[in-house]
Design a protein around this ligand. Structure first.
Ligand code: ADP
Ligand code: GLC
Length: 493
């Protein structure tokens, strides 16, 4: 099968969160299963690739967009990376979505409209890659949300030409990709698709809603989140649409890249370890404490978090629980970036308690690995969590997670008090200060019973969080969408 995986971020080129990791590992697994997978991503400023770079394909100026180029790169994983080069739109200081001051780029409609446009075109008979067109266009999150719309448009205009099916994956429903409806003119959205049954969301254009409305299939990144987003409480206004399309909505758990996140072979760690020999983990703890300027005390229980600093991740709850942790003699290490108020709160805590709290503001892949390895327990009190990868990394690294009862956290962590034989972590009874406090105390208690802790660690380290099973499920979704489309007569037999 020819699969075009469209994404705004991909590890190791550009990453702001879990979507970056998924965009590397899922396509690589699909390729290993024998499919021809191409990953389309903007060529942002500073993206460096290693691999065989092919000849760029010119994309002439079209509609509101200037001329661009598609640069194919054969990367090690067996996937072809297609870099969408359009310097006027992508060569910017700042991140993929926001400028250096943290504000959305004013022309994100154009920037991600082009990404979606090109993704769709790669799934038509007019694919700019001569001799290659996608059977499936897999669009990820709001920045790719218009791809299903453009594909539907292509299908409507040329019903007898082969056109790819579209699959829309929701990694985070909270980001709806909202723009003034005026953008619809610019982006060439047909008038009759601008209403409630189309791309309109309370008077605005929602790129995510557009994708959900027009995709042949919808997936999200855990079974529990698939249920949660169909409720009014967690559907952020899109639950009605998701309920209406529930027959085409699938919750497929993310996996983790078990090569990049393997404590026995992780090149980013100063010491390696495995389930059978945790000596290296003890050394990683000392290295982490030293690097963060904390006393290298093996007897201080070390809690950690690596997180985008947003309301979603419940870092304010961690700050609220801090007095309790400090009273237990525990240490806390946080790595994160984002919301300035949360960052300030963390900085203040570290200044007030320099022997127990250490905070690193910024994005640091190496430190993230060291934290997973060196911490005793990992904190993820997320208010909602579509899937979450860190709780899986931490289980693989013998660092039992303390998590909120939400989304993919519920699908990937087993509470060790509820199930002492198989438990891998601690699930809060509720996502509030009290819930976190109670779960932290349970974690401290378990840590003090060495044998019990060792068992919780071993249970987590034995779990198989790889991508194989989930990648197979994506293939099933792709196949079902292709079959349904051909029955409906939208694809040639
Ligand atoms: P989300 O995608 O919502 O941010 P996930 O748990 O799915 O949450 O994925 C987050 C990913 O981003 C993990 O790989 C985590 O290690 C990484 N990450 C988040 N913040 C940082 C940071 N400040 N430095 C390094 N890695 C980070
Ligand atoms: C989003 C979600 C996170 C998920 C990631 C990858 O950023 O917040 O829960 O793991 O996408 O799917």
């Amino acid at each position: 099968m020819n699969i075009l995986f469209a994404t705004p971020e991909c590890t190791p080129y550009v990453k702001t969160g879990g979507l970056g990791d998924v965009s590397a590992a899922l396509p690589a697994t699909l390729a290993a299963l024998g499919h021809d997978v191409r990953v389309l991503m903007p060529a942002y400023r500073g993206v460096r690739v290693s691999g065989e770079i092919g000849d760029g394909v010119e994309l002439p100026a079209w509609g509101p967009w200037p001329a661009a180029q598609l640069v194919p790169v054969k990367v090690d994983s067996g996937v072809t990376l297609l870099l969408l080069a359009c310097p006027a739109l992508y060569q910017r200081h700042g991140g993929p979505y926001v400028d250096a001051s943290g504000n959305d780029y004013h022309d994100n409609d154009m920037r991600f409209g082009l990404l979606s446009r090109v993704a769709a075109q790669l799934g038509t008979a007019h694919s700019p890659l001569h001799g290659w067109a996608a059977d499936v266009v897999h669009a990820n999150d709001w920045p790719c949300g218009l791809a299903p719309v453009y594909l539907a448009q292509a299908r409507a205009l040329a019903p007898h030409e082969p056109t790819a099916v579209s699959v829309m994956t929701v990694h985070n429903l909270a980001f709806r990709g909202l723009f003034p409806m005026g953008s619809a003119d610019l982006l060439g959205i047909p008038l009759h698709w601008r209403g409630l049954d189309g791309v309109e969301f309370w008077g605005q254009l929602s790129m995510l809603k557009a994708g959900l409305q027009f995709a042949d299939a919808i997936t999200t990144v855990s079974p529990t989140y698939a249920r949660e987003i169909q409720t009014e409480a967690q559907g952020v206004g899109l639950d009605g649409l998701l309920r209406a399309r529930s027959g085409r909505l699938h919750g497929i758990m993310n996996g983790i890249d078990t090569q990049a996140w393997d404590p026995a072979h992780d090149p980013l760690l100063p010491h390696r370890f495995s389930r059978d020999n945790l000596q290296g983990k003890r050394l990683c703890k000392a290295a982490l404490q030293a690097r963060c300027g904390l006393p290298t005390d093996p007897k201080a229980m070390l809690f950690a978090a690596v997180s985008r600093l947003t309301e979603q991740k419940g870092i304010d709850l961690v700050l609220g629980a801090l007095p309790g942790l400090l009273a237990q003699g525990a240490q806390l290490v946080v790595l994160g970036q984002g919301d300035p108020t949360l960052a300030q709160g963390l900085r203040d805590a570290a200044e007030r308690h320099p022997l127990q709290v250490a905070v690193t503001l910024g994005f640091d892949e190496g430190l993230a690995h060291l934290i997973e390895a060196g911490a005793d327990a990992f904190l993820m009190p997320s208010r909602f969590e579509p899937c979450g990868l860190n709780q899986m990394y931490s289980q693989a690294y013998g660092t039992p997670p303390v998590v909120a009862p939400a989304g993919g956290l519920l699908d990937s962590v087993i509470d060790s008090d509820a199930d002492p034989d198989h438990g891998t972590g601690f699930i809060m009874a509720a996502c509030d200060a009290e819930g976190l406090q109670e779960a932290l105390l349970r974690a401290v208690r378990a840590w003090n019973e060495r044998k019990r802790w060792r068992r919780i660690q071993a249970n987590g380290m034995a779990r198989a969080f790889g991508w194989n099973e989930s990648a197979q499920r994506y293939i099933e979704v792709y196949r079902a969408a292709i079959d349904a489309a051909s029955v409906n007569g939208t694809l040639p037999p």
